[in-house]
Design a protein around this ligand. Structure first.
Ligand SMILES: Nc1ncnc2c1ncn2[C@@H]1O[C@H](COP(=O)(O)OP(=O)(O)OP(=O)(O)O)[C@@H](O)[C@H]1O
Ligand SMILES: [Mg+2]
Length: 383
């Protein structure tokens, strides 16, 4: 009897999803002790280190799970204990295995030889849709769209990662206040979470003043690490803030993530022909399927309600028509967008009921409705 009850308690704890790893405690195998006595239930759960970033949240989840299965009045005590070096290394391996397992059955073949360094996200079985947010020119709002789209997808209940692939010109850490740095567990890097989104950026690892010294191969290595060694835990979406143009970094993102879909951000100037050529060239050079256009800074509304189309009109629609893809959103120019970016609280959070938040919610819904691309890069198709 006692054994049965202890089993039920254990199962309840093991079903708890760790808020940092996005895996269950059962998958992580971190229950240390579970005791049922006259005094109540006592559970000890191991955490990766004393710097484990969300102890209160984890604690609350375990307490709630246990409280849900004991009789009223039974005292529930939960303790978190930091792992030692060996345990941490083992957890790192476990996370690596879970990452590969999440990539699906084909992941098994990827554990050997040259494929060892391939990302689970690159597996043909991966369920993750990778949304690359790019533009023909700088400053049009790629990072703004990336951050707000990612959070809007999370607000709609999806699991979402955000990769800041603008590794020289990262801006995501400033735009999303993550509160805690990435955690390193063995060879696995665990991304911090902001507003429900797992986030990775070179900005977490460099001092802004020293970024200049950190160039070339090291940054390439960083990108590879972000795809292979980061514990993304197979989110439904990975939104990627692409570096400008078709430089090496953009090419290697596209190369390492064969299931990447391209979205182009543009401003409303009707210089469609030139912009279209650039966007088309971008898609061809990166060899990514172009899925849609997002027009940013479309209009500005004055306090008296008058709409001004400061940067012209129709550019997004024209570009979309020329490229034969849908225009997925028109985002107004609103000071709160920039303020949100500067405060680390994106406008979809800071002004959750507002006009722009609605535009991003609609954009997220439109991206979901598009569904995955049918054909990714042809040369990578598995026959
Ligand atoms: N709809 C908007 N309303 C108001 N401000 C905006 C809007 N979109 C972007 N901005 C602001 O414009 C600036 C440029 O946007 P952002 O950094 O997103 O562009 P980017 O394309 O990522 O630029 P870069 O090429 O430098 O990476 C930022 O200060 C941002 O806050
Ligand atoms: Mg940017």
């Amino acid at each position: 009897m006692l054994a049965d009850r202890e089993m039920a308690l254990r199962e309840a704890v093991e079903r708890v999803v760790d808020p940092v790893f996005f895996q269950t405690i059962g998958e992580l195998a971190t229950v240390r002790t579970l005791r049922l006595s006259r005094r109540g239930v006592e559970a000890v759960v191991a955490v990766a280190s004393e710097h484990y970033p969300l102890p209160d949240e984890l604690h609350a989840r375990v307490v709630a799970a246990l409280t849900g299965v004991v009789e009223a009045g039974v005292e529930v005590t939960v303790e978190l204990e930091a792992m030692d070096e060996d345990e941490r290394a083992a957890l790192g391996e476990r996370l690596h295995e879970l990452g590969l397992a999440a990539a699906g059955p084909a992941g098994a073949g990827e554990r050997t030889g040259a494929d060892e360094r391939r990302s689970p996200l690159a597996s043909p079985q991966s369920r993750t849709r990778v949304l690359a947010i790019a533009s023909g020119k700088g400053g049009v709002g790629k990072s703004t769209v990336t951050v707000n789209l990612a959070v809007a997808l999370a607000q709609a209940g999806h699991s979402v990662g955000l990769l800041d692939a603008d590794i020289y010109g990262f801006s995501v850490p400033r735009m999303l206040d993550v509160g805690h740095p990435p955690m390193v567990v063995g060879r696995t890097i665990v991304p911090p979470v902001a507003f429900g989104v797992r986030v990775m950026s070179t900005g977490f690892f460099v001092d802004e003043d020293k970024a200049i010294a950190w160039r070339g191969p090291m940054l390439h290595k960083a990108l590879e690490q972000f795809l292979v060694d980061v514990h993304w835990a197979a989110p439904e979406f990975l939104v990627v803030d692409m570096p400008p143009g078709t430089g090496d970094v953009a090419l290697s993102v596209a190369q390492q993530l064969p299931r990447c879909e391209l979205y182009v951000v543009t401003t409303p100037q009707p210089a469609a022909q030139r912009v279209a050529q650039r966007a088309g060239a971008l898609a061809r050079q990166l060899r990514l399927p172009l899925r849609g256009v997002v027009e940013n800074m479309s209009w500005f509304t004055t306090p008296d309600g008058t709409r001004y189309e400061l940067f012209g009109a129709g550019g997004g629609a024209e570009l979309a028509a020329t490229l034969d893809v849908p225009l997925l959103a028109r985002i107004p120019l609103v000071p709160a967008v920039r303020e949100g970016a500067d405060d680390g609280r994106p406008v979809v959070v800071a002004d959750a009921g507002g006009e722009v938040a609605q535009v991003f919610a609609d954009l997220a819904a439109a991206v979901v409705a598009l569904g995955p691309a049918r054909v990714y890069r042809t040369e990578l198709r598995i026959s």
